[in-house]
Write a protein that binds this ligand. Structure first.
Ligand code: PLP
Length: 284
């Protein structure tokens, strides 16, 4: 696989980052994951905008402008012959001279790394036909989840808790209300209304979420952006998640209890179809 690191395209074995990199020592970095369908990038503009926002919130400079970033994405898709898959991008505050909690001098070059993950069949996932199972866990992450940082230890632990319980993922709960999934936004459907938590510091502002809500409204579906509880989720007609890697994925079981019929519901299925159709058309 050819990867990109600090201005160079290299075989992955030759790509190197300093052990003093602040991404490694302090999780002082941000990332984006963009999906590839038919060799093209899905909603690159959305991911680029969110990346700029994450960097600004952390007072971090970008080593490339967004046109260069698009070019790097395209080069990697081409070099690695990606038809369906993901592109991972990470920018950190770079390598300081030594380990120090204080940020390094402003002229410290940021570290930028991109690599591809080929995933044939990403859009035609069998899981979308059966739905996934989730468990509920306490949300123990930090308070700025709107910034897409590489601090993913708690979400990783959440995934492991889900696995141990025989489920696929975990929905996190704070003050009685669902925030989001470990790596996705969470939705329920009740009497035809799509309910998902409002934007704020408590959740990541999903790029897929923004597109899916836009398509839902365009299709005259009712959307409520408000907090909901796990009890509401268990009593819902349908549930689903969205993310760049899962698109729209039905959730059919919560804490061992079937949601609705226990099979993917019509609203989730329709939104998945609309999302994939529209995003394929708009992909760059
Ligand atoms: N919420 C969290 C915590 C995530 O990690 C992600 C994606 O990685 C999402 C939501 C979904 O965001 P997007 O649709 O931009 O992939």
């Amino acid at each position: 696989r050819t990867v990109y690191v600090n201005g160079q395209y290299l075989p992955e074995e030759e790509a190197k980052v300093s052990i003093f990199d602040r991404g490694f020592l302090f999780a002082d970095g941000v990332y984006e994951v963009t999906s590839v369908l038919g060799g093209k990038l899905v909603d690159f503009a959305g991911h680029a905008r969110r990346l700029e926002r994450s960097l600004t919130e952390l007072d971090m400079a970008s080593p490339v402008d967004m046109d260069e970033l698009l070019e790097i994405h395209r080069q990697l898709v081409e070099k690695n012959e990606i038809d369906e898959g993901l592109i991972y991008l990470q920018i950190t505050r770079g390598a300081a001279a030594d380990r120090d909690f204080a940020f390094p001098p402003e002229d410290t070059p940021p570290t930028i790394v991109l690599f591809t993950q080929s995933k044939p069949g990403l859009a035609d996932s069998p899981a979308a036909r059966t739905g996934i199972k989730v468990i509920s866990i306490e949300d123990q992450r930090w308070g700025r989840r709107d910034i897409k940082t590489v601090q993913l230890l708690y979400p990783s632990m959440g995934k492991m808790m889900a696995k141990a319980a025989g489920a696929d993922d975990a929905w996190m709960v704070e003050d009685g209300f669902v925030t989001e999934g470990t790596s996705n936004n969470a939705y329920i459907v009740k009497n035809g209304t799509i309910i998902t938590r409002h934007l704020g510091n408590e959740i990541l502002h999903g790029i897929t979420r923004a597109a899916v809500l836009r398509f839902a409204r365009e299709a005259q579906m009712t959307v409520e952006e408000r907090p909901f509880t796990i009890d509401e989720a268990k009593d819902a007609d349908e549930a689903f998640i969205t993310s760049a890697s899962s698109f729209v994925m039905p959730v059919v079981d919560m804490d061992g209890q079937a949601i609705g019929s226990g099979a993917p519901g019509p609203v989730s299925a329709r939104l998945r179809e609309i999302y994939l159709d529209e995003m394929r058309k708009a992909a760059v």
